[in-house]
Design a protein around this ligand. Structure first.
Ligand SMILES: [Zn+2]
Length: 81
């Protein structure tokens, strides 16, 4: 497995002109963008298993609750190791 990690994004929060989104499991910051900037990207779908590589999302794998087995790069595994 290459250097990927799968998070479960929480709903994004807007504070002043920033949109911030963290992982609901490990707390890692997944998005922090200036809403007045040139490159406004959409938030990651919250409650889904989203795989990241080099801090960018590469795959959406479906709702967390529907998984009986989380992927081997699930972030909580990394946190608890
Ligand atoms: Zn995480």
């Amino acid at each position: 497995m290459d250097d990927t990690v799968t998070h479960v994004p929480s709903p994004p929060l807007v504070y002043k002109q920033r949109m911030i989104q963290r992982c609901a499991v490990c707390g890692d910051k997944l998005l922090d963008i200036n809403l007045n900037g040139d490159e406004v990207q959409p938030a990651h779908p919250d409650g889904e298993l989203v795989r990241f590589k080099n801090r960018k999302s590469v795959k959406i794998m479906g709702e967390y609750e529907r998984f009986n087995n989380v992927p081997p790069d699930f972030c909580i595994v990394l946190v608890e190791n």
